[in-house]
Write a protein that binds this ligand. Sequence first.
Ligand code: FES
Ligand SMILES: [Fe+2]
Length: 382
Amino acid sequence: MTAASDRFNSAASVALNAQVDVAASSGHKDVRSLPPNLNHWYALARSRAVAEKPLAVEIWGQAIVLYRDGDGDIHALEDRCPHRQVKLSHGAVVGQNLECAYHAWQFDSQGHCAEVPYLEKNQKLPACKIRSYPTREQDGFIWVWPGDVALMQADDAGDVEATAPLEIPEWDHLNYIATVSTIDCEAHFSFLIENLMDMYHGHLHRGFQAWASAALETLEETPHQVDALYTAESYYKIDKIWSISQLFFPALRRLHPEPLRVTYDYPNWTSSLGDDFRILCLFVPISPTQTKAHLIHFVSLNAFWRLHKLPVKFRRFVKDSLFGAAQKMLDGLVREDVVMLEEEQAAYLAQPHRRPYELNRACLAVQRLIVAQALAASVESP
Ligand code: FES
Ligand SMILES: [Fe+2]
């Protein structure tokens, strides 16, 4: 270890302790119980999960109903009928409105009551309004802004650092094959993001041989990101037709050096292994002890230039037919990780004062970013 990295490590520890103290003074025990900064776009569902029926989703204690109106546009409302407080997600879409399952009151996309089927002559529509959330449909996901809308509008106007849903250009690109796995774990989101940034846990996944011999090379931090570059070894390289067979037959695998980049692009995670593989994790913190996420794995077919000359229709067919090709591996990785995350959470709840040891600078940087974002949120939305 160099003198520079020693200095960094000790500075990192001091800074982290200071930030954790700040977290404690803001009423939270430590990073394991901090709220997320909700002033960001969160991918709450896949686009295809919302068709004719409304869908109930949740983020950090907020119950939200997503629905698609008669024009196919997505909307998000508080999942609570103001009449008797039941969930609007039990209801149905009627034209442009969402109709409650109980007495059929209808609500427009802004959350205003638009119809009551049994109003008497001298009665007016009740002036109730439920919360509506800004939504965007982009790259196969429905993104919702659960925070302060004024901040989102300020960002759109360029007043503060611009925010937009994370771009996933590979989703529609014909050269990329996608696989999606879902994560639902009984653990605070900090445990999940540290797991994803700490590439020294390849040991846990040695059965899948996704990567090996990771070594952290560089680490960069900004107020919105932690970016870690590791060197690693992998058999993942899709440059020849035969190399695809390595994905399915362990005996054919040949390890070679590949750069492994992992980035906490708050509140989400992106990674790349060499030129051919990319994995993203779209976070949905549910509560201090539950986190959901979509994990998306892309394999590129960029090396197969002959394929690119084929008709778009055929390439689309290939992309769609191969969707989910890495399902077994991705689900397997998730299963192995979730066991560890839930044990970490349970151990923390049992003895929150006990400090685990941390040697990976990337994890310390992640904790600093979580604390900084939680503090930013508390300042932005007092
Ligand atoms: S509870 Fe929703 S209409 Fe009555
Ligand atoms: Fe993992």
